[in-house]
Structure formats: structure tokens, C-alpha cells
Design a protein around this ligand. Sequence first.
Ligand SMILES: *[C@@H]1O[C@H](CO)[C@@H](O)[C@H](O)[C@H]1NC(C)=O
Ligand SMILES: *[C@@H]1O[C@H](CO)[C@@H](O)[C@H](O)[C@H]1NC(C)=O
Ligand SMILES: *[C@@H]1O[C@H](CO)[C@@H](O)[C@H](O)[C@H]1NC(C)=O
Ligand SMILES: *[C@@H]1O[C@H](CO)[C@@H](O)[C@H](O)[C@H]1NC(C)=O
Ligand SMILES: *[C@@H]1O[C@H](CO)[C@@H](O)[C@H](O)[C@H]1NC(C)=O
Ligand SMILES: *[C@@H]1O[C@H](CO)[C@@H](O)[C@H](O)[C@H]1NC(C)=O
Ligand SMILES: *[C@@H]1O[C@H](CO)[C@@H](O)[C@H](O)[C@H]1NC(C)=O
Ligand SMILES: *[C@@H]1O[C@H](CO)[C@@H](O)[C@H](O)[C@H]1NC(C)=O
Ligand SMILES: *[C@@H]1O[C@H](CO)[C@@H](O)[C@H](O)[C@H]1NC(C)=O
Ligand SMILES: *[C@@H]1O[C@H](CO)[C@@H](O)[C@H](O)[C@H]1NC(C)=O
Length: 875
Amino acid sequence: MNISPSQYAIIFACLLCTIMVNIGTCSYSQRDKQALLNFKQGIIDPADVLSSWSTQQDCCQWRGVKCDNITSRVTQLNLPCSTILPTYLDEEDKSLCLTGSIYLSLLLVELEFLTHLNLRNNDFLAIQLDSVHSQTCYNLSVANPSHHCVNSSSLRYLDLSYNDNLAINSLQWLSHMSSLEYLYLNDIDLHKESNWLQLVTMLPSLSELDMSGCQLKDLSPSIQYANFTSLRYLSLSANDFHSELPKWLFNISCGISGIKLYSSSLNGQLPKALLNLQHLQVLDLEDNNFSGLIPDWLGKFEHLRYLALDLNKFSGSIPTSLGNLSFLTNLLVGHNKLSGIVSARNFAKLSKLKELDIYSSPPLTFDFESHWVPPFQLKRLVLTFSNPNLPVWLYTQRSIEQLDIYESSFKANGKFWNFVSRMAQVYLKDNSIDVNMSNVLLNSTFIYLSSNDLKGCLPRLSSNVAFLDISNNSLSGTISPFLCDHRMLNGKSNLQYLDISLNHLSGGLTNCWKNWKSLVHVNLGSNNLKGKIPPSMGLLSNLTSLHLHENELDGEIPLSLQNCHSLLIFNVRENNLSGNIPNWIPHDAKALQIRSNSFSGNIPVQICEMSSLIILDIADNTISGHIPTCLNNITALVFNNISYNKLTFFFPIDDSRYYIFEDSLELVTKGQISDYGMNLHFVSLIDMSSNNLSGTIPLQMFSLIGLFSLNMSHNKLTGQIPYEIGNMKNLESLDFSANQFSSEIPQSLSNLSFLSSLNLSYNNLTGKIPSGTQLQGFSALSYIGNHDLCGPPLTKICLQDGKAKDTKPIDEDEDESTFFSWFYIGIGSGFGTGFLGVICAIFLNRKLRHTYFNFLYDLKDRLCAMVDIRMSSFQ
Ligand SMILES: *[C@@H]1O[C@H](CO)[C@@H](O)[C@H](O)[C@H]1NC(C)=O
Ligand SMILES: *[C@@H]1O[C@H](CO)[C@@H](O)[C@H](O)[C@H]1NC(C)=O
Ligand SMILES: *[C@@H]1O[C@H](CO)[C@@H](O)[C@H](O)[C@H]1NC(C)=O
Ligand SMILES: *[C@@H]1O[C@H](CO)[C@@H](O)[C@H](O)[C@H]1NC(C)=O
Ligand SMILES: *[C@@H]1O[C@H](CO)[C@@H](O)[C@H](O)[C@H]1NC(C)=O
Ligand SMILES: *[C@@H]1O[C@H](CO)[C@@H](O)[C@H](O)[C@H]1NC(C)=O
Ligand SMILES: *[C@@H]1O[C@H](CO)[C@@H](O)[C@H](O)[C@H]1NC(C)=O
Ligand SMILES: *[C@@H]1O[C@H](CO)[C@@H](O)[C@H](O)[C@H]1NC(C)=O
Ligand SMILES: *[C@@H]1O[C@H](CO)[C@@H](O)[C@H](O)[C@H]1NC(C)=O
Ligand SMILES: *[C@@H]1O[C@H](CO)[C@@H](O)[C@H](O)[C@H]1NC(C)=O
């Protein structure tokens, strides 16, 4: 009987394993177990995820551990953390994830057969690479001091991604992992490792590399060649390269099938050398600064499935060659500077296309025959068009889940509303849709119809609708049919977000809120609504933002609103409301804005219990009495933790995407009215101006050192401006004008280096304006109307004894009117424009959220143009 070599091999292997089972494994697997127990020492495990890691049990039975069936040696360690989508919180909740240190050297040296290590999405804070934690490693480094402690020839898969608080200063240890095929380091701070490219190219087996969001700065654009012989997928997105596409990219292993470099500040034109990468299936260059034409030769990537060039500065037309890419499922070229004609030729062979983004401003010209039937059935379509009618072929698309039409003007008839009612998400913001909505039934989950010319009454909603923004239109009539006729709701509404602000709605607020208990955000601002706030609003127990500003509401605020336990923002600015300042606002609230009403009485001390408050705007009422001495209990104004103050709301769309929304308020700072939207959390403000407050300002107020803007003007406040004002280092705007303060200006005021708006006019201040400081940089308007104040910038010269001497008394009387007109210009400019919050919709992959937030605020404009960061299409 012949025994083939492979049969020999099997027999040999069996013999070997018998031997190992009998003698070797026991002690070796004991060693693995000890290594894992040592690894556990470095971990803080709040949820007791590792409770099964007990000495009694076989380590192969421990959670996350996998062993080889035959040798019982540990081969895999999988301890990713799964977090749920936050809804109204700022940060993803990782309080149940593993934290502490990863003793990487221990794992990789002691667990000789470990092939797979996955610690994704935990909250580890450090990686330990030294020899102290590994006896073997220590022994080796004693013998050979140059020995590197992370030396694993078996590891093939390493995933440390989304440990967002982890920073790694050096990746040198990677170079000793000769078998590594999969490396995921997303969202780890690697900005100190400038040599990352050289180090990863030393990994001869590397097949997938993801270093997105690692704060990398250098893409080594001039390096000619990078030795990635086995690389198939490369993602370096969401870094900060500020360079052209690097030369080495075009020479990367020719088998590469996916490249993702979105949101990485890349620029220049697309070089033809890219054609070397013939097997590309995914090319994602979204959200960079690329310019030039979209090259014709992109049509030669015959395997291409996913092409994202949107949010760049490409010009010219969409090449018709792209219409040959018969495998293409996603074609995203929107938000560039494209021009020209789009016709059937652009889509000739795109039968698999599911997602198309051809948004352009100004719009592209469509030239489709009226009977053209596209070869595709889209799921998502983003477009603008200059033609007056909707393209006829749109109605052939029966699978659209998301339709975005911008900056176009078209007739939206009954057929159109029937067509969109099947879609889950409909974005028709900033079009000129001029249609009567009275008989329209909306049925989509997310509906964005703001800034159109919609007329008639409010539309009706089905129970599917969760998000409706129909603000800034010309809708009229009362809101009661909309809220009270709930026949279409089948007993249950899912509406969470309702914005009908900036319309011409009239009548009362109705008492029908019991039908809408799921509401989280309500904005009825800038309409002509009258009457009282109905008690049934108190049934909205999930409400976090209530905006009723700029209406004609009167009466007192009903006590039932104290059942809105989740309220964070309460805005009734510019109505005729009266009574006392509500003293029941939840302690977690962040903004209380009741300015320009007829509230009276004292400031309730309960205000001080609102320790998260960052906006306290009670200006322009008839509030009297003294300022409470407990304001320093509002810790948010003492510490001013900007990221904690974020007023961000997340509306989950599906498992991986959010609709993100930043609330906004109109505030008066630096003498003018501004809308604070995306940056509301940077503003911390107290505005008590234009009331009847008396007495002195309690010293406690000056310990609110997080405060950005303080306005106490136009009251009857007396006493001194204390020396302690110099502690309020974050102050940018300070207004104490038109009171009766009667001290000297403390020298410490000049410590406020951010102060850019100061008004101390019309008090009884005395003495010399501290000289040689920035306080001279303000104009005389900041100081006029204080008879005994002297020194520059005032024209009054100080005498030796500190008393003032008038030189030009006439000037100042004249200045009084100038001053008041300056003050009221500020107020006046707010009227008419009303409340137009910066509400930016962005979808983003939750995995990139953390990174994205870091530069979210720099990219305000672009984000308002709806950024859609899609999920990994590598799978
Ligand atoms: C090892 O055992 C597991 C479960 O008993 C089994 O699913 C797996 O196929 C085995 N692997 C090998 C290589 O025999
Ligand atoms: C390290 O060296 C010490 C002393 O030489 C020895 O007792 C120990 O067994 C060694 N450890 C390993 C894991 O080789
Ligand atoms: C890695 O370990 C192997 C055996 O454990 C050894 O032969 C090799 O020299 C080590 N490499 C480095 C760079 O330390
Ligand atoms: C690239 O790496 C492979 C495998 O590690 C090696 O054989 C080859 O010589 C390298 N090429 C260059 C140009 O460095
Ligand atoms: C690719 O690498 C080779 C060296 O291996 C170099 O000569 C060539 O210029 C490179 N090509 C590009 C397009 O950078
Ligand atoms: C984008 O490129 C243009 C020139 O094409 C340059 O002026 C601009 O500064 C670049 N912007 C960024 C953010 O890099
Ligand atoms: C309303 O939406 C639901 C769920 O999205 C869908 O099943 C239904 O067909 C839609 N109704 C109409 C009239 O389009
Ligand atoms: C309020 O929010 C909670 C948590 O998100 C949710 O479970 C509950 O159903 C909501 N209540 C209503 C009335 O929608
Ligand atoms: C302010 O805080 C102090 C100390 O935490 C507490 O004793 C006091 O009752 C608080 N005052 C108010 C009005 O909340
Ligand atoms: C402030 O000055 C005015 C006159 O300029 C005077 O009538 C008033 O009594 C003074 N008030 C205080 C509190 O000193």
C-alpha cells in the first residue's frame, strides 16, 4: 500500500499532537492562562465582562478566548465593546467598556500562537510595550538589550480601533509582526508617529490597513514607492494631510481593490497614474479639496463599484465614460463646481446603480428624453436641476428610500406627494416649491421641507413621521387641525422633532399635545400664535427643547410644564408672558431664555440649582429685587467645560447613521444680536439687562469664571465693581451700563485679555481709567456718562487728586444719544430676520463620529450642505 506524502503529513501531525497533548500542552496552556491573567491585571473592567476569567476555569472557556482544538493554545482574543447609539447625549456611552492598559508585549510574546486580537471600541487609555510585564520578554532583553519586546510571528489580525482616548507615540513594534494581514487603528491618536508609512510597509503580508481618524499629518507625497505587496484595502480617511495624492499610491500593489481617503484635506488634480490600480472597486475621495476635471479615464476602472468624488472642487462636466462602469452601485459627484449637461449617456450601462449624487450649484442642465427609462432602480438620489419640471424618469424609480432635491424650483403636485410618501427620508430644503399643503398627507420618517414657498395650512402627518422641519415657509391658518385631528395617526404618533417656525401660523397653541407625547424638540417660533401656553404641553415628558419665541403668547407659564423632566432648552423670548420666572426648570437644563416679556417678581433662588445652565437670559422684563447670592452654584458657568455643554441631539436613522442636530438660540452679545447655532456651546451667558434689579452685584457672581458674556445693563444696581472681576478670564463681552455703580474701575479689569466689548457708560464711576492697559483700546462710548471718570479714552483729564476735570462737557451730552442708538441698533437688527437656527443635518457613520466632531465646527458651511459619510463599503 502506497502512502502519499500528504498522508505521511497527517500521520506525523497526529503523532505530534498525541505527544503534545500528553506532555507539552498542559504546562504551555498554563502559561497562556497566566499571561491572560496578567493581561487582566492591567484592565479596569466596570461591567465585569471578564468575570469568567477565573483561575478555576480552563482559559479556553473564558469569554473572548479561543484556543486551538488540538494544542489548547490560545489563538484568539476577542473583546470588542458594543455600545448603543446615544440619543440625546453628547458622547457615546463607554462606561461599560474595558479601560486601563493593554499589556501588548505580554500578549504578543507569551501567547505565542495568538493569531487574532480584537479590542475594538473599548476605552483603553494606554498601551504597555515594555518588558516589565512579560517575564519572557524581560529574560530576552536581559540577554540581548536590543531585543524588541513585541515580537510576534503568528499574529495575523490586530484591531485596536475606536479606543478614542488612546494615543500611541510610536509604531516601531509593528515592524516585528511579520504575519500581520489585518491592521485596524482607526481613531487612535498617532500624530506623534511621523514614520508610520515606513513602518506599515515593512509588513510583508498586510492585506487591509485602516488608519482613519488617526490625526496623521504626513502622507509622504514625494516617496516614489511603498512596498505594500499584498495590500488590498487601504483607508487613511479623516486625517489631516494637506497634500496631493502621494506618488507611492500609484505604485501600491496592483491587486489593491479599495482606497478610502475621504475628509483628509487632499488637493491637486487626479493624476493619470491612478490607472495603475486597475483592480480598484472602491475609490472614495469624498470631502477633500481636489480640483480640475473629473478625468475621462476613470471610465476605464472596469471593476469599480463605488466612486465618491463629492464635496470637492472638481469642475467641468460629468464624463460620459462613467456611464460604462457597469458594476457601479454608488456614483457620488455632488457638491463640486460642475457644469454642463447630464443625459442618458451618463448612465448608459449603470444597471446596478443604487446611489446617485449629482447635486450642483448652479444646477446642471438635464437633457433626458421624456420616455427615457433608466437602467437602474435607485435607493438614494441627490440632485438639483435647472429645468422647471421634475425629470419624468424620476417616477420610474420605485425603490427610492432617500430623495434629496436642492435649490430647484418645480411644481409639486399630488402625484409628487404620493410618490415621496413611500420614501423614508425626503429632503427638499431650499427649493422654490410653491404649493398649497392643506390637503397633503406626509408619510416619510424624515421630512425636511424648510425654506420653500409652501402655502396653505399645515399638512397632515401619518404615524410614520418622526422628524418634520417645515420652517421658513408661508404656511398660515391655525395649528389646531394639524395637532388635534389625529385620524391618520392610528392612535400613535412617532413624531419626535417638529419645527414649524418662521411661518404665518395664527391662533392658539391648542390643548391637543396629548397626541404627540413622543416629541423631543418643538419649535413654534416666529409665527403669530396667541393665547396661553396650554397645560397639555406638560404631557411631553421627553421634550428637551421648547422654542416658542417671537409670538404673541400671554399669561403665565403653566405649572404643568414641570412634568417635562427632560427639558434642556426653554425659549419663550419675545412674547407677552407674565408672572414669575419659572422656578421649576429641571436642574439639567442648559438654557433658559425668557427675554422681552413681562415677567416680574424676584429672581428665584432655584435658578442656582440648575447646575448645567450656560444661558440665562432674562433681559428686558420687569424683574426686581436683588440678585441671588448663590449663582456660583451654577457649576457649568464656573468650569465651562465646552464639550460637556454641547447642545447636540442625535436622531438615529438606522444602526449606523445619525441625523445630527445642533440646537440654536438668538443671543445678544457684544451689543449685537447673533444666532448661535453650531457654536452655541461656546457661549456661556448671563443677560439680566433692562430690568428693575437693585442692590449690589453679589461677589459670588464674579466667580463664574467660565462666563463669556455678562450683561447687567439698564438696572438700578449700586455699589462697586469689585477687584474680583479680574478673575473672569473668559469674558469677551461685559456690559454694566446705565446703572448706579459708584466705585473706581478696578485695575484688575485689564486682566481680561479676551474682552472685546466693554460698556461701563452711564454709571457713577469715578477716578482714572486704569492706564497703560487695553482698557484704553475701547472707545469713549464705553465710559461716557460717568461724571467723575477721567483719563483716556475720555477727553476729561485727571487732576492730581484723581478728580476729573471737564474740558469739553458738551461732547458728552451729545454722545448720550449716539450711545443709545448704538444699543438699539443691536436689538433692532434681530427683527425681521427672526430665528433661523443653524440646523445642519449630517449623516455619519457612528464609527467616524468622534473624529468628525473634532473638526465639525470648522466646517460649518460645508456641513450645512449635508455631509453623508457612508458605511464601510469594503465588506
Ligand atoms: C474546534 O472545535 C469547534 C467546536 O468544538 C469546532 O466548531 C471547530 O470546527 C473545531 N476546529 C477544528 C479545526 O477542528
Ligand atoms: C526568566 O529567567 C528566570 C531566571 O533566569 C527564570 O527563572 C524564568 O523561568 C525565566 N522565565 C521565562 C518565561 O523564561
Ligand atoms: C523574534 O523572536 C524570534 C523567536 O522568538 C527570534 O528568533 C527573533 O530574533 C526575534 N526578532 C526580533 C527582531 O527580536
Ligand atoms: C518588498 O517586500 C518584499 C517582501 O517583503 C520583498 O521581497 C521585496 O524585496 C521588497 N521590495 C522592495 C523594493 O523593497
Ligand atoms: C513606481 O516605482 C518605481 C520603482 O519601483 C519607480 O521607478 C516609478 O517611478 C514609480 N512610479 C510612479 C508612478 O511613481
Ligand atoms: C483648496 O484649494 C484651493 C486652491 O485650489 C486653495 O486656495 C484653498 O486654500 C484650499 N483649501 C483648503 C482647505 O486646503
Ligand atoms: C407610508 O410609509 C409606510 C412605511 O414607510 C409604507 O409602508 C406605506 O406604503 C406608506 N404609505 C403610502 C401611502 O405611501
Ligand atoms: C421617551 O423616551 C424613551 C427613551 O428614549 C422612550 O423609551 C419612550 O418611549 C419615549 N416616550 C414616548 C412617549 O415616546
Ligand atoms: C448652593 O450650594 C451650597 C453648597 O453646595 C448649598 O449648601 C446651597 O444650599 C446651595 N444653594 C442653593 C440655593 O441651591
Ligand atoms: C449717582 O449719581 C447721581 C447723579 O449723577 C445721583 O443722583 C445719585 O444719587 C448717585 N447714585 C449713587 C448710588 O451714588
